[in-house]
Design a protein around this ligand. Sequence first.
Ligand SMILES: [Zn+2]
Length: 314
Amino acid sequence: MTNLADPTRRHLLKTALAGAAGAVLGARVGRLAAAAGQAASPAASVQSLGTDLFVISIPGEANVVAHTGADGVLLVDGASAGASDALMKAVAALPGAGPVHTLFNTHWHPEQTGANELLGKAGTTIVAHENTRLWLTTDIVWPWNDQRFKRLPKIAQPNKTFYTTGQIDADIRYGYIPDAAHTDGDLYVYFAKQNVLVVGDAVSGAGWPVVDYTTGGWIGGMVGALQRLQTLANAETRVVPGRGPVLGLADLKAQYTMYATIYERLTTLLNKGRGPGEAVAAKPTKEFDDKMGSSDEFVRRAFESLWGYLSPDA
Ligand SMILES: [Zn+2]
């Protein structure tokens, strides 16, 4: 895969094939070369947050945070299964890399747990909140788009779970985000020495988030989590969200204000007996859409997420 992605090799391959098959096939060979480029794992880019802490970004994938140490590598989230090759190559290329001894699942989604099977088989400790482990032991269907998720095999399930807080050592601490922002199993990992807080999809840095109410997330929880995470951060803390660029305390504050405003409007509509379609039509995100993009799907999910938490017959 690496060889095909390498432009020099690709050029040589194209030249060789064109030479052998003649100019008539040139266009066809061009298409083949393009297809091979697409099939290869996209290259990862690495952002350094310190000499031993990195954000690995693979195009289309959620952020992965890697910490290197004498005993190997600790990962927060593992991207999707299709990106495992690219991720493991990027991890192996980090300064001071070694075997992955610990993998955190910030929540159960496939974009975070795609390396679980590979690393579980290699003996990696997979840490998650107990709710995340439970979701990974059951099949899940999203009712809004009928997307289906198969439970993970035993070897891929988290093998070390917790309920409140824990620590790897004095400098690497983790905890449950009990507000149920994105799911009911969200966790954060705090790297004290680097002052970096990794929060998974409890915070989005790239547009409107998915409110996965099927597994416990809700718009009120997003507001609660943004408030709670501010108490774990200071003005210098770098916050790594599940998607998008590294954020700061000011971003958490701004997002808190935005989602609290939207939450207020949606609960008002719910209390008036309105439905999700009417909530979308009411444009409860109107002053944020220029910056955030079309919010229809988000508003619908966020409104539906209120049913489980606020409806009198829930
Ligand atoms: Zn997610």
